[in-house]
Design a protein around this ligand. Structure first.
Ligand code: TXA
Ligand code: MG
Length: 368
C-alpha cells in the first residue's frame, strides 16, 4: 500500500513518540570510572546519588554490589526491584569503620568480635542481632542483620563520604551468576540503576563467607573468600549448615533465605559430576552426544571428548573462584544447552566453588 507523504510523516511521528516513551521508562545509568583512590569526583558523585536515595553498583574484593542506603526502606525497595529479587531474601549491610557496627547491630558476641578483628576488611559477613535503626526491609523481616566491611578502598571511601551504611546484594539480576567484573553489572543492570562505579575485576571472584552468630555454636551459612579452615581456628565448634552442599528440603525453614533459591544459573541445563579425573574423562567419552560443553579443570582437558572451558588447575581453588562467574556467563554467550561440570574437591575455597556449582546445576548431581 502506498501512503501519502502527509500520512507517512504522521506515522513516523507516532513511531518517534512511542520510542521516546519507552526510553523514558529506561533510566540512564551513569558510568563513574574509579580505578584508584585518586578519583575524588567519581567517589563524590556516587556518594551524592546514594544520599539522594539512588542506587549505585560498587566494586568489592568479592563481587560487585548493588548499593543503596541501609537506612532507607525506599532505596532498599528499589534494590529488590532492580534485581528482581524475592523480598524475603535479606541484604548485607556494608560498613567502612568498626564503630558503625553499634548503629547496625544490637549485640556483638566476643567470638563475633574476634572474627571481625581477624577478617575485616575482607570477604567475611557476620549475621548478628539487628538494631532498630535498620529497617526490616533490609533483613527480609528477620530480627538479625548481616554486616560486612569490604576490602576495597574506593567503596569504603564512598561509604564514609555518604555517611551511610550501604545495603548491597550482588549486582546481578536475581538468579543469574554474580558479577565479578563491571561489564557483568552493565550487562545485567544498565537502564535499571543510577550509576556503576567502574573499577577493576574482583580479585576473589565469589561472594563473602556468611556466618551466623545469632545461634550457638556459630553456623557457616555460605562458604566464600574466608575458608571454613580459617574460621575453625577461631571457632573450633563451627557448624556447617547442611544447605551449603545439599538441597534444602521443599518448604523447610533455612537459616539463610538465599540458600533456598536456584542461583548462579546459566540458561543451559547444567549437571554436576563428582569423581576422579579418569572417571570424568571416561564419562565424557561415553556421553559426548548428550553434552555440548564441559566445565572442568586443566588436568581433564587432554583428549576430552566434549569441548571444554577450564577453571584452571584442579588444586587451585582461588583461581577457580576467580574464573567461575565469568565462565558461567560465557556458557550463555555460547548458547549451549547441556553442560557437564566436574565438581571440585571441598577443601579451602573449593567448598565455595562447589557450593556455587551445585546451585548452578540445580542440585542435579551424578556420582561417577
Ligand atoms: O561478597 C558479598 O557478600 C557480596 C558483596 C556485594 O558484598 N554480597 C552478596 O550479597 O553476596 P547477596 O545479597 O547476594 O547475598 C547475601 C546472602 C544471601 O544468601 C542472604 O540470604 C544472606 O546473605 N543473608 C543476609 N542477611 C541474612 C540474615 N540476617 N540471616 C541469614 N542470612 C542472611
Ligand atoms: Mg547474590
Amino acid at each position: 500500500m502506498l501512503l501519502s507523504p502527509i500520512t507517512e510523516r504522521r506515522c513516523l511521528n507516532q513511531a518517534i513518540i512511542k520510542i521516546s516513551r519507552v526510553k523514558a521508562d529506561i533510566m540512564k545509568t551513569v558510568l563513574l570510572h574509579a580505578n584508584d583512590c585518586n578519583c575524588k569526583n567519581e567517589i563524590a558523585k556516587a556518594a551524592e546519588i546514594l544520599k539522594n536515595g539512588g542506587l549505585v553498583a560498587v566494586p568489592t574484593e568479592t563481587v560487585y554490589g548493588l548499593a543503596g542506603s541501609a537506612f532507607s526502606s525506599e532505596a532498599v525497595k528499589k534494590i529488590y526491584e532492580a534485581k528482581g529479587r524475592p523480598s524475603d531474601n535479606p541484604l548485607i549491610v556494608h560498613i567502612a569503620d568498626i564503630h558503625e557496627l553499634d548503629i547496625i547491630a544490637s549485640e556483638i558476641s566476643p567470638i563475633a568480635k574476634k572474627c571481625m578483628e581477624e577478617f575485616w576488611p575482607g570477604p567475611f559477613t557476620a549475621v548478628v542481632p539487628k538494631s532498630d535503626n535498620i529497617p526490616s526491609a533490609v533483613s527480609g523481616g528477620l530480627d538479625t542483620v548481616a554486616v560486612r566491611m569490604p576490602d576495597n578502598d574506593v567503596t569504603r571511601q564512598i561509604i564514609r563520604l555518604s555517611g551511610l551504611p550501604l545495603a548491597a546484594p550482588s549486582a546481578n539480576r536475581s538468579g543469574s551468576p554474580s558479577p565479578s567484573t563491571a561489564a557483568h553489572v552493565i550487562d545485567d543492570l544498565s537502564g535499571r540503576i543510577d550509576a556503576v562505579v567502574v573499577s577493576g575485576d574482583c580479585a576473589v571472584g565469589v561472594e563473602s563467607t556468611v556466618v551466623s552468630f545469632a545461634v550457638t555454636p556459630p553456623r557457616l551459612l555460605r562458604p566464600g573468600g574466608i575458608t571454613a579452615e580459617q574460621l575453625k581456628k577461631i571457632i573450633p565448634d563451627l557448624v556447617i549448615d547442611s544447605a551449603v552442599i545439599s538441597e534444602p528440603e521443599k518448604g523447610a525453614k533455612v537459616a539463610s533465605p538465599g540458600m533456598k533459591y536456584k542461583h548462579y544459573s546459566p540458561e543451559a541445563d547444567v549437571v554436576m559430576a563428582v569423581g576422579s579425573k579418569a572417571d570424568f574423562i571416561s564419562f565424557c567419552k561415553k556421553n559426548s552426544n548428550n553434552y555440548e560443553l564441559a566445565l572442568c579443570f586443566d588436568e581433564d582437558l587432554d583428549g576430552l571428548a566434549v569441548p571444554a572451558l577450564s577453571l584452571g588447575a584442579s588444586y587451585d581453588h582461588e583461581r577457580q573462584a576467580e574464573l567461575l562467574f565469568s565462565h558461567l556467563r560465557e556458557i550463555d554467550k555460547r548458547g549451549v544447552k547441556k553442560v557437564i561440570v566436574h565438581a571440585p574437591d571441598k577443601d579451602g575455597m573449593g567448598l565455595a566453588v562447589y557450593n556455587r556449582l551445585i546451585r548452578a546445576a540445580g542440585f542435579k548431581v551424578i556420582e561417577l
